[in-house]
Design a protein around this ligand. Structure first.
Ligand code: ATP
Length: 300
């Protein structure tokens, strides 16, 4: 059965400058190109999950500026249901991204309309109640994220949190989460431990399943009562790693929603993320289910 995934999170227009190397503080460098891509961690995860085969509904907010309509249309183009995407007066969220020649990136996010997502409407609650899985990130206000996590917990809906941008979190949020998927920086910010294994162990005190993503090295999966396991990433030439983490989480959610066990879902998500780093853009680079299946089969 096709899983229904609800994403509560950000929609941003990504404003991307491509440079040989990122500028240091006070320095100006000349970029080689500029492009705009619809993005935001919430919208990216929604698009990734939809392309990976799930039915996806997005709870979010866009502004009344020129970007708002483009952001909504981009979600709909990937098949994401936007009935509960609010339009609020003012600017949409924007992400200012510098991508260097090695495929690395540095990002400033300005929340704009995303700041309006401070709580749940009755419509949001009804949607979450019927979902197989709820995806959360931290680019929208913590109050709204916490309300959604608690509501999902109270109604037996599995919740996956990406704790990005990196920050420390109130224990009550982690207590309401079933699976945490953090990159190394986020895991360190949450625990104070720079070693991913140590960070994962600490996080298991509050969350039953933890995944720490390790870029080209793949990811580390930890569950209570067992030794952490490394899932390697396929070897690919990185063109643009922007959105790799969101592709990974969206595909992972689709696989988990179908009832796959976590280790097999992680391997499938790694194939999806590897495909995305070989192409430019964030949401634009996200693979479709048939491509992920072919990639996963080729690597098996
Ligand atoms: P980003 O912020 O760039 O979207 P992230 O920092 O959230 O990513 P990463 O740990 O860099 O997350 O990457 C997430 C997943 O994407 C990894 O676990 C891996 O499966 C895949 N990935 C990232 N970089 C590469 C790469 N160079 N080659 C293959 N897979 C990669």
């Amino acid at each position: 059965m096709t899983p229904h995934i609800v994403v509560l999170g950000s929609t941003n227009m990504d404003l991307v400058a491509y440079v040989e190397r990122a500028p240091r503080r006070g320095e100006t460098v000349t970029g080689r190109a500029f492009r705009t891509f619809p993005g935001g961690k919430g919208a990216n995860q929604a698009v990734a999950a939809a392309r990976a085969g799930a039915t996806v509904s997005m709870i979010g907010a866009v502004g009344t500026d020129g970007f708002g309509g483009r952001l909504r249309a981009a979600l709909e183009h990937s098949g994401v249901d936007t009935d509960l995407l609010r339009t609020v007066e003012g600017a949409s969220g924007t992400a200012h991204i510098v991508v260097d020649d090695e495929g690395g990136n540095a990002i400033v996010v300005v929340p704009g309309a995303n700041a309006a997502l401070t709580g749940l409407t009755h419509g949001d609650e009804a949607l979450i109640t019927c979902a197989d899985l709820l995806l959360l990130q931290l680019e929208t206000p913590l109050d709204g994220v916490l309300a959604a996590a608690r509501y999902a917990r109270d109604h037996g809906v599995r919740t996956v949190l990406t704790p990005a941008p990196a920050q420390s979190l109130p224990p009550e949020l982690l207590d309401a989460v079933d699976l945490l998927v953090a990159n190394e920086h986020e895991a360190a910010a949450l625990t104070g431990a720079t070693d991913p294994r140590t960070a994962a162990h600490k996080l298991l005190d509050q969350v039953p399943d933890v995944v720490v993503t390790l870029g080209a090295e793949g990811c580390l999966y930890a569950t209570r009562g067992a030794e952490p396991v490394t899932v390697p990433a396929p070897r690919v030439t990185a063109v643009d790693t922007t959105g790799a983490g969101d592709t990974f989480v969206g595909a992972l959610a689709a696989a988990l929603g179908e009832g796959r066990p976590l280790p097999s879902a992680l391997a499938w998500a790694s194939s999806a993320a590897a495909l995305s780093v070989g192409r430019p853009g964030a949401a634009a680079s996200m693979p479709y289910r048939t491509e992920i299946d072919a990639e996963a089969e080729a690597r098996a």
